[in-house]
Design a binder for this molecule. Structure first.
Ligand code: TYD
Ligand code: MG
Length: 465
């Protein structure tokens, strides 16, 4: 390929450069630029593609129908909640995640539920598989006990044939697994490159809107930048869901990062079992199940994930460091926020963390970013530092400021109610938060980190003696 006809496109953000660069100047990703042929402009494509509706005559805004969007239940409560109340017809949902996390499993299960709940006679779900063979998909369906005659499968990667199959079947829901294997032979770049992936997504999005279908696109998140990541597609689709979790652990979290039809802070929780993904109906109990009572360095935080309170165990291990710059290993929490809390503890409580390695972890593999979990992080660190356990029936709520003050948090009552439901008997809450007293949970209204550490570490010592 002559050099003058190629360009270099960042697989992370889609930035285009005329020569190869080691680092993308736009998103700063390393080694993400790949060579592609410069696409020839095709007039039919430019004019025919992007319109959101076939009736394109302008009309007064008051004359446009305002029926609420029609939603179809996915048959899985956690999925419906993350989507904002079900699948919206005419919308495109991108499901991104690491390879092997369970995207195909999730969409096979959703497809099966939609297929078996739709009206008889209506061919309802079309699963287009480009990664696995239809035979492999059949085996998966059997394993998931999701075999239905209204769940159609086709192995196809060429975009024109995919469009043809969709128009021939006219299903309620389409799954394209994955968008990276889909390609247009008339474009001169390889499957998985930014131009191929964008072209496929744009074609399918137009089709979804014009025909009122729900299209799910599966997209792998790639670190090496070999294939174009879902980030280059985010603006083309209505909803972006990320499926995350530690592959070696059973829990999977489904999170909306963009949603034109619902909130983006909801979280769906699943457990990967031998027979597929199961909804976790009581996530707080699941996350606290393996907690060892009365071990130092463990504190329970009550965070809000969307509309739902979630209790998680924050674990800290503080050990003497023999390194000139002590180690800070932080999983499941924001790195900078955790460092800020350590600085507050060093300055306000005199903990000599500069001489210690600190390991922080949120049990169960979830990621907690809400500042209301700050105080639990601080108490966990102090507990490990002093090797003094926190009472296992105490839940800790509060944001920590730089002065060591404990700041108020929203939805205090909801968090306390969840703690009460799970049998907690004591709670540390910010003094400034309006939390009503309850009979079964004793509230300690805290002003600063010092008080929080003293109260939570003292209660156990007091009881033990
Ligand atoms: P998969 O859905 O193929 O992941 P993705 O499409 O995101 O690449 O899931 C792959 C993993 O899930 C694989 O390691 C096996 C595991 N799995 C189960 O544990 N139980 C099951 O019922 C299924 C179908 C898969
Ligand atoms: Mg897959």
């Amino acid at each position: 390929m002559p050099r003058s006809q190629s360009r270099y496109v960042c697989a992370e953000c889609g930035h285009v450069a005329s020569r190869w660069l080691g680092r993308c100047p736009e998103c700063q990703a390393w080694n993400s630029l790949t060579e592609e042929a410069i696409p020839h402009p095709r007039s039919s494509q430019v004019t025919g593609r992007k319109s959101p509706s076939p009736s394109s005559a302008p009309q007064p805004v008051v004359a446009i129908g305002r029926e609420a969007e029609t939603r179809v239940s996915s048959g899985i409560g956690e999925m419906d909640r993350v989507l904002g109340g079900g699948i919206v017809s005419g919308s495109v949902v991108l499901v991104g995640g690491d390879p092997g996390i369970g995207k195909s499993t999730l969409l096979t299960q959703v497809g099966h539920r939609v297929a078996s709940s739709s009206d008889a006679g209506h061919a309802s779900v079309l699963y287009i598989t480009g990664e696995e063979s239809p035979r492999q998909l059949r085996l998966r369906c059997e394993r998931l006990r999701a075999v239905s005659d209204r769940f159609l499968v086709v192995g196809e990667t060429a975009i024109d044939s995919i469009v043809h199959h969709i128009l021939a079947v006219r299903p309620l829901m389409v799954v394209v697994d994955s968008v990276q294997t889909t390609f247009d032979p008339s474009l001169e770049s390889a499957p998985g490159t930014v131009s191929q992936v964008r072209n496929a997504a744009a074609t399918l999005a137009t089709l979804a809107r014009n025909e009122g279908l729900c299209v799910f696109l599966v997209g792998h998140v790639t670190k090496e930048g070999v294939l174009a990541g879902p980030r280059v597609l985010e603006h083309m689709v209505d909803t972006v869901l990320y499926f995350e979790g530690d592959r070696h652990q059973a829990y999977r979290v489904l999170r909306a990062v963009k949603n034109r039809f619902g909130p983006t802070d909801e979280l769906g929780l699943f457990e990967m079992r031998d027979d597929g993904l199961q909804e976790v109906v009581n996530p707080s109990a699941a996350f606290l199940a393996e907690r060892s009572a009365n071990a130092s360095g463990s504190a329970v935080a009550a965070t809000m994930e969307g509309t739902r309170p979630l209790l998680v165990e924050v674990q800290a291990l503080v050990t003497r460091s023999f390194l000139s710059s002590p180690r800070r290993v932080i999983n499941g929490l924001d790195y900078n926020r955790a460092n800020m809390i350590m600085a507050v503890l060093e300055k306000r409580l005199g903990l000599r963390l500069g001489e210690h390695d600190v390991f922080l972890n949120v049990a169960g593999g979830v990621r907690v970013t809400e500042p209301a979990s700050d105080l639990a992080v601080a108490v966990a660190i102090a507990s490990s530092y002093r090797d003094s356990p926190v009472d296992s029936e105490t839940v800790i709520i509060g944001e920590v400021g730089l002065g060591g003050e404990v700041r108020s948090v929203s939805h205090g009552d909801r968090r306390i109610r969840e703690a009460k439901r799970l049998g907690f008997r004591r709670a540390l809450v910010p003094r400034s938060s309006k939390v009503g007293d309850t009979a079964s949970v004793v509230l300690h209204r805290i002003r600063n980190v010092f008080e929080a550490v003293e109260i939570s570490l003292r209660t156990v010592e007091g009881e033990a003696s």
